[in-house]
Ligand binder design. Sequence first.
Ligand code: FPP
Length: 236
Amino acid sequence: MPDYPEIPRHIAIIMDGNGRWAKERGLPRLQGHRAGAESVREVMEACIELGVEYLTLYAFSSENWNRPATEVSALMNLLDRFLDEKAKDLDRQNVRLLAIGQLDRLPAKTRALIERIQARTAGHTAMTLVLALSYGSREEIVTAARTLASDAVAGKISPSQIDNEVFASRLQTAGIPDPDLLVRTSGEMRISNFLLWQISYAEIVIVKKFWPDFRQGDLFEAVTEYKRRHRRFGAL
Ligand code: FPP
């Protein structure tokens, strides 16, 4: 049975509500995403302070490609700017960057930026920031199943050898511990195709605020709630 650490080793966040935050203020949606990028900075600081080892952010889902082209390109520009500005901070904060998702669908410029920062921060040890970009959990699971099936057909693995551990090693999160705590903002109670396999035992905390209003104190509160709960993994 896994441990129940005092501080979650891995926090995953569905950052929801940028658009509604902007609408409430009569602002364009992009302003909501910009304000959301500020929350990302705050939450990263809070996680480093707490000693969280992994922070995974759902920054762009595979379904988000269906949004209007202007919003998609604005989000990509915002991401580029965030990465560009963050590169130095990640060094200062000793944070490693990883990206998961169908990265080949991202603009070449964004992909190059990510690759450069991943390589540059590979040795950092204070925390790992995992950005889920063009990410969809079903796609990830299907890809893992497909590679295992190919390996089985090629005689590299026998079907009887495929267990939870082997399967997890074919996911994009291979080597990353499962999230202990999943936070979703804006009060919605959905998982939205995010880390379906990995959150099997995660505590889920739903916060009513929109993501741009989410501050360090809200993260600390979510961790307090996590600590309060007794996790039993289905056992008595
Ligand atoms: C959800 O709000 C948020 C997103 C689709 C994108 C998340 C992006 C950011 C927080 C900003 C940039 C991120 C990084 C890592 C710099 P929504 O648009 O779905 O809001 P709504 O449900 O109110 O419309």
